[in-house]
Write a protein that binds this ligand. Sequence first.
Ligand code: FES
Length: 136
Amino acid sequence: MDRKQFLCVCLGATAVGSCSKKASTPTVPPVNLFTFITANLGTDLLTIGSFMQNTTQGAFVERIAIGNTPAAFRALSLRCTHSGCTIAHQASLQEFHCPCHGSKFLQNGQLLQGPAPRNLETFEVRISGNVLTVVG
Ligand code: FES
C-alpha cells in the first residue's frame, strides 16, 4: 500500500480529495463475537457488587457503578493468564484463585500473585434496552 492509498483508507476520500471510491470505503471483515453472558437488567445485576458468571464459557461480569451503560459493568475472562485453567471466584475475599498453580487475581482482574504473568483479560459489555451481553 502506498502513501496515497494509506491516507485514503485511514482518512477517507473527503480528507485527501482524490481517492477512488473503493479505497475510501474500506471493507472491514465482520467480527464474529461470542456471547459469554446474557443478563436481563430488569432483574439481574441490580446493585453495585452484584455479579454473574459463566464458568463453562469462562466469563464474569460485575456491576461497578449505577446506571445501565457498559461503563457501569466490568467483564473479565475466567481463564488464568498462566496456562488457561478456569479460575474460581472467592466472593468473600473479592478475589479469583487458580486451582492449577495458585495464581490469584483481584476482583478487578489485576494480578495479585503468580505464576500468571499478567492481569485477566477483559471482555466487552454491550447493552441494548434491558439486555446486557458480555462478548469477546
Ligand atoms: S494455570 Fe493458573 S496458575 Fe497456572
